[in-house]
Structure formats: structure tokens, C-alpha cells
Design a protein around this ligand. Structure first.
Ligand code: GDP
Length: 599
């Protein structure tokens, strides 16, 4: 028989008794391997050190690193109702990593507070974290009641103080339980030493919690992790792979990929190593084959066309909990991980900054210090697909990376639409500050006998773009045009640019620079020729915007990966290079970049 399982997380200030509580729950529910308890007791006796239930956790791990709480331990204990898996979270960062990456999904939490020490900063921060991560079922265990003589007034004081706090962060605790983990009071049996407490034990409280609502009923959200190509000859199908965060997908469903907006239809639902299924649902890792071979990149969210769709925005109103050693500041480039998307992000507005432990507003703050929570506006270099946390929490949470480390965690409160993008704002500011001479573009153009433009050659790798670009330069140069081939390294745009985590961020930065460089060359009156592999709509938009008021001609060679923008010219990769050069020359003439007689 399949027993119900529930993942829970136990958090609390160091030394408030988390490991003891876990060890004792394992022991008292008879969930330990035969003889383990005795073996650990015996080991302690032989080494003349007092027995601790916390040692059981270490003993359960093969390497006996005694005295150190084990990393993200996964321990099981059972009640009559279900099996519990405990996700032990030794620190904030580990905890966040697990929770947000989906390695762990706690439906409920036990928050441990030492009765004698009372509510500590960390207790408050943990409350905040749970709130941000959307763990709403929280039982607060007021531990070490033996140290305060099982005194009801002390318990009440802690309860009152912490309830007020949790209330402010939107958590209604599922119960406060006075316990003595070491002594076993109120863990699985009612304590006789606290007759004044008539509420449930820890186990009863947990059993009273609900498993997360079925995520399969929510709209489909499948953040694309990877694209696999069939390697068999002549088979050009691709499998779109990822983990379904919410919803259900069936063969035959019409699907939309966001932010690109591309559409297709699901042909088959593959599960690795299993015969194709006709559907897959939340929690499953799956691979879909689609009817049309749309070009998809990892980081997009696949949704159903007939269901409510995520927001697509480059401006997020969010709550951020900052953990980084260095404060979060406006102007600095960070990286955001949202679903499977990763991209540069900037803090552009700080609305309110709150000290997470005192819950006080920090006035006039220009930065978010460690352990502060702030309501902010973040801007990404290009649009991202996400949900508001209140709609679909799974795709409404994100992580901020600073210097390759998780430095912040956040939830999306709102998605701003419209307005100027970050790049547009930058260009507006740049143009305001641009110092111009008396030689206008027109004067330049007249003397050069040409109008300047950027000629951007794009298309898949291996279609001979660079060779063509150089040939074009030679031809134009030979007839006296002011032309320059900008040979930026293609390696960054290479085949694995979407696979390596930092590469996509580097690529964005590379494109940004390309846009700025192009702006200089076109402003100087040149025809600038360059190549970028696999350019998509948003990337083209970045280069185009930065190059403005310079002109841009897009020449696509081979498979066309644009969805919104039509290239100015499409060239077959199979054609002769000389013919392709001629086609581009004709384009330049027909658009008046080159004079007619030149042909
Ligand atoms: P953690 O850091 O939160 O995992 O805390 P531990 O479980 O390692 O406990 C820290 C210390 O508190 C240990 O020495 C435990 O024996 C002690 N402790 C835990 N629970 C109780 C309790 O109910 N009563 C008393 N007096 N001490 C306890």
C-alpha cells in the first residue's frame, strides 16, 4: 500500500534543539534501524560523554562526523497517518538552495525556539524565510521547557511575542507546542509535566496539516531545462525537457513558450526510459516532442494556450530577502535565476527596506544589507516569464546571485508592463550626454557617398557567416566604401552558450557591448559588418536599441530563429558565397545605403 508522504522542514536558532527534536522523534516513533539507539548510547558511554539524541542523526550518516549537524539530512519517521521526511536545514543558504531549486519542497515547518532564550533574531528571520518561500503551515515548538520548570507563563510570553511577529509576515501558526525535546515531552505523547497544556502533541499537529494542494490543478508551467535532438539520421525532432512545476500537459495540447511567444502543439509526452505517455503532471520530469520545430531556448516557460499565462516583463516588483555579505546596491549587475531562466538583473528602485529581525523600517536606506527584507523594483536585461507569487508560487520565486553565490531570495509581487526598458533608458541618458561636433551624419554621409548602417549576419552556427561577412567587406572596400568587419569572437555565442550557466549572462553582456560598439561605428559613418550566431528577437532588440539612431540590417542565413521580427534578407546556407554577397549588396542599394550606380 502506498502511504502518504509529507516533507517537513525543521528550523530554528542554533542550539535551540532542532537535532535533538529530530533524533527524539525518530527514536520515539520507532523509526530508527534496530539497535541504533543502543549502539549510540553505548558509544557515548565508552567515550565518557553524555548521550545526545542529536548524535542519532550523525550515526545515521555513514561517515560519523560526530558533533556536527549533518547537511540537508533526509530522515524519515512515521505516524499512524503518514510518513514524514525531514529536510534538515543547517543554514539559510543551504535551506534556500534546496527549497528554491526544488530539491526539497516542504509542505510544513517546525520552528524551534528555546523557551529560556526566547525569540531570537534568527527565529524572526526564519519566520520571514518561511513566509517568502510560501510555507504556510508552521508549528512553533517552544523547546527546553524543563529549563523553565515547565512554566506556563514563560510559554505564553514566547507565544505572544512570536505570534505578533508571524502575524506581520502573514503566517498564522498551526500551533504553539511547549516541548522538552530531550525529555520527550509533548513530542508523540502528552506530557504529564505540562498538564496546563491541552493542545496537540507535535505528531498530532503534523498529522493535522494538509499536504500541499494538488499542483496538478494549477495552469501548466514547465520551465524548459534543455532541448535534446534525436540523433538518428533524418530525424529532426527535438525533445523539450524540464520538470513540470504545476499543471498537466497532454499530447495534442496547444502550447505557448514564454517570453518568446512561440506556439506549437504537443505530439508526444516522453518519460525517460519509459514508453511515451499521453500526459504528464506537476512534479514529473518530462520531455515533449512538438509538432513544429520551433526554436526554443532553455529558460523559457512552456504553458498551455488555453490556460491563464504567466507575466512577461523586464520589470519586477518584488520582495527580496538579502543574505549576501555585501549589501545589494542599485547600479550593480546581479544575476537572477527564475525557474530555469538566468539573466542579468539590476536593482533600480528601493521602495522600503525592513530589518528582518526587528521588523523595523530602515529609513533612507540606499542599499539592502544582509538580513534585510526590501520591497524593490528589479529590472532584467530582457523580458522574463514569471508568475505573481500569489497566483503560482512555484514560478513566482527567484534567487539573486552575486559573485557566484546565492545572495538573495525573492518573490514576485507584481509585474510592470510597458514603460521604458533598462536599455532604452540607458540609450536616452547616453544620447542626452552625447557630445556632438558640427559634422552631422548627413554631412558625413554625403562625403562618403554612403549611408552608415550595421549589417548583422545571423543564423545557426556553421553556416559560413564569418566568411561571408569578410567577403562582403572586401568587396565593398574594393569599390571604395567605408566599411569595417568587426570580428567578435564567436566562442561566447557558441554551441554551448545556453548550457553553461554563466554563458547566457556573458552573452547578454557581449551583445550589450556589441550594441555600444556598433553605435560608435555607425555614428562615425561606416558600414559595419558583424556576425552573431543564433540571435533571437530579444537579443536583436538589445543590439538594435543600443545602436540607435544608427540603422540596422539583419541578414539571416539558414534556419530563421526570429519570431517577431522579419529579417531584412534571408539567405540559403547552400548558396554560393559570391551570390550571397551580391544579394546583400543589392539590399544595401535598394535601401539607399549605397548609391545605385555602384552596382
Ligand atoms: P540544534 O543546534 O538546534 O540542532 O540544537 P541541538 O539539538 O544540538 O541541541 C543543543 C543543545 O540543547 C544540546 O546540548 C541538547 O542536549 C540541548 N537540548 C535540546 N533539547 C533540550 C531540552 O528539551 N531540554 C534541555 N535542557 N536541553 C535540550
Amino acid at each position: 500500500m502506498n502511504r502518504e508522504r509529507m516533507d517537513i522542514v525543521i528550523i530554528g536558532h542554533v542550539d535551540h534543539g532542532k537535532s535533538t527534536l529530530v533524533g527524539r522523534l525518530l527514536a520515539d516513533t520507532g523509526s530508527l534501524p534496530e539497535g541504533k539507539l543502543d549502539a549510540v548510547r553505548e558509544n557515548c558511554r565508552r567515550n565518557s560523554k553524555p548521550f545526545e539524541y542529536a548524535f542519532l542523526l550523525d550515526a545515521l550518516k555513514d561517515e560519523q562526523t560526530q558533533g556536527i549537524t549533518i547537511d540537508s539530512a533526509r530522515c524519515f519517521f512515521k505516524s499512524a497517518r503518514r510518513d514524514y521526511i525531514i529536510i534538515d536545514a543547517p543554514g539559510h543558504v543551504e535551506f534556500l538552495k534546496n527549497m528554491i531549486s526544488g530539491a526539497a519542497r516542504a509542505s510544513a515547518a517546525l520552528l524551534v525556539i528555546d523557551a529560556k532564550e526566547g525569540v531570537r533574531e534568527n527565529s524572526r528571520r526564519h519566520g520571514y524565510l518561511l513566509s517568502m518561500l510560501g510555507v504556510k503551515q508552521v508549528a512553533v515548538c517552544v523547546n527546553k521547557m524543563d529549563l523553565v520548570d515547565y512554566d506556563q507563563a514563560t510559554f505564553d510570553r514566547v507565544r505572544k511575542e512570536f505570534t505578533a511577529f508571524l502575524d506581520q509576515v502573514g503566517i498564522a501558526p498551526g500551533g504553539f507546542i511547549p516541548i522538552a525535546a530531550r525529555e520527550g515531552d509533548n513530542l508523540i505523547a502528552h506530557s504529564t509535566r505540562m498538564a496546563w497544556y491541552e493542545g496537540p502533541t507535535i505528531l498530532e499537529t503534523l498529522d493535522g496539516f494538509h499536504r500541499e494542494l494538488s499542483r496538478s490543478d494549477a495552469p501548466l508551467r514547465l520551465p524548459v531545462q534543455d532541448i535534446y535532438k534525436f540523433t538518428a539520421q533524418g530525424d529532426d525532432r527535438r525533445i523539450v525537457a524540464g520538470r513540470i512545476e504545476t499543471g498537466t500537459v497532454h499530447a495534442g495540447d496547444e502550447v505557448v513558450l514564454l517570453p518568446s511567444g512561440k506556439r506549437s502543439r504537443v505530439v508526444s509526452v516522453e518519460e525517460f526510459g519509459v514508453v511515451p505517455q499521453d500526459r504528464a503532471f506537476a512534479g514529473q520530469c518530462t520531455g515533449l516532442t512538438l509538432e513544429t520545430q520551433v526554436y526554443i531556448k532553455p529558460g523559457e516557460i512552456l504553458c498551455r494556450a488555453d490556460e491563464p499565462q504567466p507575466q512577461v516583463t523586464s520589470r519586477l516588483r518584488a520582495n527580496v530577502f538579502w543574505l549576501g555579505r555585501q549589501a545589494m546596491v542599485p547600479g550593480r549587475r546581479y544575476k537572477i535565476k527564475l525557474g530555469t531562466a538566468r539573466m542579468p538583473v539590476w536593482l533600480t528602485e528601493l521602495h522600503t527596506v525592513i530589518d528582518a529581525s526587528r521588523l523595523e523600517i530602515v529609513h533612507h536606506s540606499r542599499q539592502i544589507d544582509r538580513h534585510d527584507v526590501a520591497e524593490v523594483t528589479l529590472e532584467t536585461l530582457r523580458p522574463v516569464a514569471c508568475d505573481l507569487v500569489k497566483d503560482i508560487p512555484q514560478t513566482g520565486r527567484f534567487v539573486i546571485i552575486d559573485n557566484y553565490e546565492i545572495a538573495g531570495v525573492g518573490i514576485v509581487l507584481d509585474a510592470d508592463q510597458g514603460g521604458q526598458t533598462l536599455v532604452e533608458k540607458h540609450v536616452a541618458a547616453r544620447d542626452r550626454a552625447w557630445e556632438r561636433s558640427t559634422i552631422t551624419p548627413d554631412i558625413r554621409s554625403q562625403r562618403n557617398g554612403q549611408k552608415s548602417t550595421l549589417v548583422l549576419l545571423t543564423g545557426p552556427i556553421g553556416t559560413g557567416k564569418a566568411k561571408l561577412a569578410k567577403m562582403l567587406e572586401e568587396h565593398l572596400f574594393a569599390v571604395g566604401r567605408q566599411v569595417y568587419y568587426l570580428g567578435l569572437s564567436n566562442s561566447l555565442f557558441g554551441i554551448d552558450s545556453d548550457l553553461r550557466e554563466t554563458a547566457s549572462v556573458e552573452r547578454d553582456e557581449h551583445l550589450r557591448r556589441l550594441g555600444e560598439i556598433s553605435h560608435l561605428f555607425t555614428d562615425a559613418g561606416l558600414i559595419l559588418i558583424t556576425t552573431v550566431s543564433d540571435l533571437d528577437d530579444h537579443e536583436l532588440e538589445i543590439v538594435d536599441t543600443l545602436n540607435r539612431p544608427g540603422d540596422l540590417l539583419v541578414v539571416n542565413i539558414g534556419e530563421n530563429r526570429f519570431f517577431k521580427r522579419k529579417p531584412d534578407l534571408e539567405i540559403s546556407p547552400l548558396g554560393k558565397a559570391e551570390d550571397s554577397v551580391r544579394l546583400i549588396q543589392q539590399l544595401l542599394v535598394s535601401r539607399n545605403y549605397l548609391p545605385e550606380y555602384y552596382l
